[in-house]
Design a protein around this ligand. Structure first.
Ligand code: SF4
Ligand code: SF4
Length: 380
């Protein structure tokens, strides 16, 4: 297992985490075997958004004396008043569900403002007692860090700009990233990702990830497999399905992503997820598959590394990633980006052009290498 720092929280989280939603309503033994497989393989971040008393209790029981070994995302406003998952902004209800979570787990590592996808959601959190309650939880040490969850890049950016959050949980997969920013990913999930709506990786969605780097907001990923549809021959919008490892790799190669929370339902599924670390670069390469749909945004790097190898060993995708972040605001390039770039060597590019022939997305790599040297390395 590899670990990454989760933005401003400073916490080191496992690149692969476990979202426990899919073991909800399953027998205790399933919860226990899945959780054990996760912890035995170094997973240290769990998403516990589910409001149900039974699943919350099963997780606590399965964790036993290992509470301190894991970091828990708990969601403020997740309820099941009518026996279904629901979002509440009604404070007595919100408090009842969250305080039950605190009672079970003692504290919550990442207290998440639940589901901010619309202006109404935003107002319901930031213009009411809701945010005061969340900030008080943090002040009291009941939650260690404040985060939020969203599926909408415009609203996510708005929340980040309040300056109150340290991390976010966001839905990331190649198909969602190709849905025009004005549209809801859920509409397309329901209509089985019709390929007609996909336009190429939308730069406005990509911008959110760059803003997160700039502001040091760590990202945990949900829906990395598009509810499993991206793995299905029947539902994929591409010429063929993606694989589990390709989806994992896609999410992990977005800027600011620290952990992909996979919804494994058994110990075997958890082990398959961990097999990511045994997969070859070819097995993880998503570029060929996602380039089989229309791309209105050709020329933008998707960080797939399909252009490698480079004869002078430049890490092209990494250079492009830092360059994209730097270009977002050239006058305020985060110092961390400059220092990361210092270990790279894009100025050594001999302009052989091998990479540009291999890139399925028409990225002007040679120009990018020069621009990076200029912008990040101060080279003329
Ligand atoms: S053009 Fe530059 S970056 Fe591309 S493979 Fe050749 S040396 Fe490497
Ligand atoms: S330059 Fe092209 S092939 Fe290389 S990482 Fe970017 S998109 Fe992929």
């Amino acid at each position: 297992m590899m670990y990454r720092e989760l933005g401003k929280t400073g916490k080191k989280v496992s690149e692969i985490g476990l979202g426990l939603e899919n073991v909800d309503k399953k027998p205790y033994e399933r919860v226990e075997e899945t959780l054990n497989a996760a912890l035995d393989n170094g997973v240290n971040i769990l998403d516990v958004f589910m409001p149900g008393a039974e699943i919350r209790g099963f997780i606590k029981k399965a964790l036993g004396n290992r509470r301190k070994d894991v970091l828990i995302q708990g969601h403020i406003g997740a309820t099941d008043v009518n026996k279904q998952y629901d979002i509440s902004r009604d404070m007595p209800t919100v408090k009842k569900y969250f305080e039950e979570l605190l009672r079970l787990y003692g504290y919550i590592d990442f207290g998440m403002l639940f589901f901010i996808d619309s202006e109404e959601d935003y107002k319901g959190v930031f213009e009411t007692e809701f945010i005061t309650y969340a900030e008080r939880l943090k002040k009291n040490g009941d939650i260690h860090h404040l985060g939020f969850s969203s599926h909408n890049p415009t609203m996510a950016t708005k929340v980040i700009e309040t300056g109150t959050v340290e991390m976010m949980m966001f839905s990331i997969n190649p198909a969602f990233d190709m849905v025009p920013v004005e549209e809801s990913v859920f509409d397309h999930l329901d209509s089985n990702f019709s390929r007609d709506v996909l336009r190429g990786l939308d730069p406005k969605r990509a911008e959110l990830y760059k803003i997160c780097v700039q502001k040091n907001i760590g990202i945990t990923v949900m829906k990395a497999l598009g509810a499993g549809k991206l793995l299905s021959a029947e539902h994929t919008p591409y010429d063929k399905p993606l694989t589990l490892h390709q989806c994992t790799h896609y999410a992990l190669s977005r800027p600011s992503v620290a952990s992909v929370l996979l919804g494994c339902q058994t110990a075997a599924e958890m082990k398959q997820a961990i097999d990511y670390y045994s997969a070859s670069s070819e097995e993880k390469d998503y570029s060929k598959t996602i380039s089989t749909v229309r791309n209105d945004f050709a020329g933008n790097c998707v960080y797939c590394s399909h252009c490698q190898p480079c004869p002078v060993e430049i890490e092209i995708a990494t250079v492009c990633k830092y360059l994209d972040i730097a270009r977002l605001d050239e006058k305020n390039i985060p110092p961390s980006i400059r220092s990361h770039y210092a270990s790279l060597n894009s100025a050594d590019c001999i302009e052989c052009g091998h990479c540009e022939k291999r890139c399925p997305f028409g990225v002007p790599i040679i120009k990018n290498m020069k621009d990076a040297a200029l912008l990040l390395g101060g080279k003329q």
